[in-house]
Design a protein around this ligand. Structure first.
Ligand code: MSP
Length: 659
């Protein structure tokens, strides 16, 4: 039997669970349910990363021991997951003896094999990252992620011989395109491996950092937290030589975001090979959820907490939105209004409506029991044609981690079936004595698509899928057991009594929601993070969401509807209490305009006057923080979330059109 071993990063215990953590945890859960449903032996691991300087510092600030601190936050993670219907098979903590034992054993082996040596290490250490940064990684002398200058440290350290492994790792990645995906991240790792990577400092003197696993061969040093943390994937299986390890390790799929590509793409495979262990099967790297076009951060005050979203929209709809609106590998923008709209459009209107139509008619015309289908007519044949290889298409997309597209396939089938009902019009057929026998055929076909849709959506909306199946009279049981879960056409049990129940996804009142959101802001203008937009106010192209129903393709005519014009920045100023926003005065030749842009984390107001930039000039004005924004500026977004304004390479007159 095929095995699947899925992992999330183990999360640091110095932040409470937020949207970003929830996304990876839900992604892992979706794939775990998916593989289990397809009959594969599946194991899903998550957990917490609890050692290191940062945790020790946070604990000291809180006036408790690092262990107490780690216990508290680790519990929050563990307790957050059932709320979003995430059901891991195991939850590993790096302070558990089972982890420490395996780590000590492997580190000892690495030492014995000559892969670790003692040396002096001089480097630029960032406390935020818990690692030494290379000069190349710095931005204006500061850590790009934490904005602080790293400290120069000289320490007696143990070093891990990484450099000597660079060549084979490059070859391995080149020879195995599936090892790191999507391709852009594979290319990033390959680029990092082009030049020498040096050896990795893997210990910290105990006198400086005491909160860590002591080196088995030198108790004056503790292990560098990343070296300890990566080994969780192996220690959670009991370590090499156990049955669990043999069963699952060869199929390890690590799910991570782009922030921790280097440790997973470089340190980890080298550690495994150096220890004589087989490599993991694949690394799958996703993008970042942004809020208001910016990284979530406590100081900005835009952190989205999963439990709040679940309270407002339910766990199934929250999961659905995250899986549907992020294209794997790319960044996506989170907004509560977008979540509510997605829930209304796909789940309440398309799916929920089909269920209530079918169950009402089965009740009214068929005595509340699933009717037996007769010979399919032309309309049924067309419908069957449309859904014939739906499961195969979904599987193919899931294997490629295209969850958004897999979901869209199912929803297309649901929409197609609503349309089929419209065309087949059973409410008319039932009145025609010569054709009334066809009603059962029509309703069976519609109900069977619903069953298939529920089975296919189960990994994403597990609770509601089971509820839907129960309402259709199916005995849900545990997937994949039983015919209810079959992906083959025709497994809806004829004669089963339907059990109409609650509306699956009651509609959200969007107007009321918007009012509530505005109210949250003290009655002022809606904050940009809660306003649904097709593009962000800073103009960075919204790559994350698939807002067009045509799969992202637009016609030339549609493109022409966007009026792009050159503007010269006259002045720029900060907007009080909005950390991301700048108010710009722009010269468009025949007029001046005010535009609010979410670029304050990337440009100071002083850097902007005189720049020639590009503006979307025919965007409907929006009030943002009390300022009317009359357009939107364009900016590119790098993989690390950095924005760069689109500027012109010649002195073009302001107001000129851009095509
Ligand atoms: N402890 C390390 C990982 C060690 S794994 C051996 C760590 N922890 S973390 O708490 O910072 O988690 C980082 C991970 O959280 C990301 O790789 C991603 O899975 C998830 N996310 C955190 N913020 C995120 C977003 N804004 N968007 C999407 N996922 C993000 O790094």
């Amino acid at each position: 039997m095929d095995s699947v071993y899925l992992t999330t990063p183990i999360f640091y215990v110095n932040a409470d669970p937020h949207l970003g953590h929830a996304y990876t945890a839900i992604l892992g859960d979706v794939f775990s349910r998916y593989h289990r449903q397809r009959g594969r032996r599946t194991r899903y691991l998550t957990g917490t990363d609890e050692h290191g300087e940062k945790v020790a510092q946070s604990a000291a600030r809180a006036g408790i021991t690092p262990q107490q601190f780690a216990d508290d936050v680790s519990r929050k993670f563990r307790e957050a997951w059932p709320g979003v219907l995430v059901e891991p098979d195991d939850f590993i903590r790096t302070t558990e003896p089972r982890h420490e034992a395996v780590v000590s054993r492997i580190v000892e082996q690495l030492h014995d094999r000559g892969e670790i040596y003692k040396g002096a290490y001089r480097g630029l250490y960032c406390v935020g990252c818990e690692r030494y940064l290379t000069p190349k990684e710095l931005k204006e002398g500061k850590c790009p992620d934490h904005g602080i200058e790293p400290k120069e440290l000289v320490e007696e350290n143990y070093l891990f011989r990484m450099e000597k492994h660079r060549e084979w790792l490059r070859d391995h990645i080149l020879a195995n395109p599936g090892f790191i995906e999507p391709e852009r991240y594979r290319n990033e790792v390959l680029a990092m491996l082009r030049d020498p990577i040096g050896d990795l400092s893997i210990s910290r003197p105990r006198s400086r950092v005491s909160w860590g696993i002591p080196l088995p061969f030198d108790a004056d040093h503790v292990l560098y937290v990343w070296f300890d943390a990566l080994l969780n994937y192996v220690s959670a299986l009991g370590g090499p030589g156990t049955e669990l390890f043999d069963t699952y390790w060869p199929s390890a799929t690590h799910l991570i975001a782009k922030d921790i590509l280097k440790p997973h793409g470089i340190f980890w495979p080298i550690m495994l090979r150096a220890a004589g262990l087989p490599l993991f099967r694949q690394l799958r790297v996703h993008g970042y959820w942004l809020v208001d076009a910016s990284k979530m951060s406590k100081t900005v005050g835009n952190v989205v907490r999963p439990h709040q979203m679940v309270d407002r929209y339910g766990a199934d709809a929250f999961r659905y939105f995250l899986m549907r609106d992020m294209v794997f590998g790319q960044d996506a923008d989170f907004s509560e209004v977008a979540l509510a709209k997605r829930r209304n459009a796909d789940l309440a209107n398309d799916l929920g409506n089909l269920l209530s139509r079918v169950s009402n008619m089965v009740k009214r015309y068929c005595g509340g029991r699933i009717p037996a289908p007769g010979t399919p007519g032309r309309l049924e044949q067309n419908l069957l044609e449309a859904v014939r290889d739906l499961p195969a298409r979904v599987d193919k997309l899931m294997e490629a981690f295209q969850t958004h597209a897999a979901i869209e396939e199912v929803l297309q089938a649901v929409r197609r079936t609503n349309q089929y009902l419209q065309e087949a019009a059973p409410w008319k057929v039932v009145k025609d004595p010569e054709r009334s026998g066809e009603v059962g055929t029509i309703l069976y076909h519609a109900a069977e698509v619903l069953r298939l849709a529920a089975v296919l959506l189960y990994p994403v909306i597990p609770r509601k899928a089971v509820e839907l199946l129960a309402q259709l009279g199916c005995d849900a049981g545990t997937p994949p057991a039983g015919s209810t879960w079959s992906l083959a056409w025709g497994n809806l049990p004829v004669g089963a009594e339907i059990r109409p129940g609650n509306v699956l996804f009651p509609k959200i009142d969007l107007k009321a929601l918007q009012k509530e959101i505005d109210g949250d802001q003290g009655g002022g203008a809606p904050p940009p993070d809660r306003v649904e937009r097709k593009t962000r106010t800073d103009g960075a192209h919204d790559k994350g969401a698939t807002r067009t129903e045509t799969g992202g393709v637009i016609t030339f005519e549609q493109f022409q509807q966007v009026a792009l014009r050159v503007a010269v920045v006259l002045e720029a100023e900060r907007i009080p209490k909005a950390r991301n926003l700048l108010k710009l005065r722009l010269d468009l030749g025949d007029e001046t305009r005010t535009v609010v842009a979410g670029i304050a984390q990337h440009y100071t107001p002083e850097q902007l006057p005189g720049k020639r930039i590009v503006v979307v000039a025919n965007l409907k004005p929006a009030r943002i923080r009390g300022v009317e924004s009359q357009g939107m500026i364009l900016a590119a977004e790098d993989t690390d979330g950095r924005l760069s304004l689109v500027t012109l390479d010649r002195d073009v007159s302001p107001g000129s059109g851009v095509r």
